[in-house]
Design a protein around this ligand. Sequence first.
Ligand code: PHE
Length: 339
Amino acid sequence: MESKLKDILNRALSELKQVENMQELNEFKVKYLGKQGELTGILRGMREVPAEDRPKIGALVNEVREKLEAAFSEREQAFNKAELEKELQRSAIDITEPGKGHEKGALHPTTRMFNKLIDICVAMGFEVVEGPEIETDYYNFEGLNIPKNHPSRDMQDTFFITENILLRSQTSSVQVRSMEKLSPPIKIISPGRVYRNDSDGTHSPVFHQLEGLVIDENVSMADLKAMLTSMMKKVFGQSTKIRFRPSFFPFTEPSVEVDVSCPTCHGKGCKVCKGTGFLELLGAGVVNPKVLEMSGIDSKKYRGFAFGFGVDRFAMVYDGITDLRNMFKNDIRFLKQMK
Ligand code: PHE
């Protein structure tokens, strides 16, 4: 029995040396250490061993088992380590490989102009107010002294949703909402998207406006002129010249259209300003007393002035962009030039 055990031990150890992978290792375990394995077989045969020899043989079996188990787990650990190393090598980071880099984005010219204008206005004490893009006829037209069927509605080709609901054609709608809600003195700007049924090289069905409204005692056309001159110089540079021309808007009286000297040629005349040296950039005027009254503001006590900027047009002039449609195409080649 003793020699049989020695034989098993030697055979097992030499077989273990030949084992090449995890699967063979497991087969080895079953063969020698498993329930049906050779060592268990010996224990089962103990009955035939004389009683006085049993402790000795039993101890020997345990010794052999311990040796085999130790040898087995040593091999097992070696396999595991090799496996881990293979895995680490496979997933290793090649620190010599050149980086991929990230492309930097940029703000859209209209967004940049919005930020610039809002910053300038806020520094002058204006509060920013926003309103809905889907508007009622009242806030977009009637409350601004543009009754139904009035010919001045033709100035703005409007997208109607129903007879009384429309896509706002001007952010002036926010003026009416603010005059109803706030009490004077009022000093607000309303930036936002507006819609008109128009589409060519100089008109887009969606574009952006920033409208300003000041209501207080003793404000006048002179204040409006001073404020707009100062704003335009801040946007386009101190040497900018401003020109006021009489115009008409139903909600302001008197009304003006304001020209700014061309930032590209500084008033000399070029392609951008079509040789005139000036660009027509905004509308403004003294708020019509009727508009104040409709929103419940005492027009004997208070007066106001308002102005409206076409923000996309400002951005185009500022960045030297010639076709308005580029502003809304989201063409990455165009936007990349704008960084
Ligand atoms: N809302 C006018 C437009 O869109 C612009 C404007 C605003 C004119 C405020 C005067 C005063 O054409």
